[in-house]
Design a protein around this ligand. Structure first.
Ligand code: ZN
Length: 67
């Protein structure tokens, strides 16, 4: 398998604390939103209703990897 799926991808959603664009990122079994500026992490479920195209694509890759 190619090592092509990104582990961290910029999105258009803004950090609730500092308004920096958040990144969507994943660890082994978890996907979360993180702020590159204030280093805070946020649960994905808090942002899923506003998911942008970058997030949709990222999540598709995550689910493919699990199979
Ligand atoms: Zn922030």
């Amino acid at each position: 398998m190619f090592y092509s799926a990104p582990r961290d991808c910029p999105t258009t959603l803004l950090c609730p604390h500092c308004q920096t664009p958040l990144h969507i990122a994943r660890s082994c079994h978890e996907v979360f939103m993180r702020c590159p500026d204030c280093e805070k992490r946020f649960p994905l479920k808090d942002f899923i209703s506003q998911a942008d195209a970058a997030m949709e694509e990222f999540m598709e890759n995550v689910y493919c990897d699990r199979i």
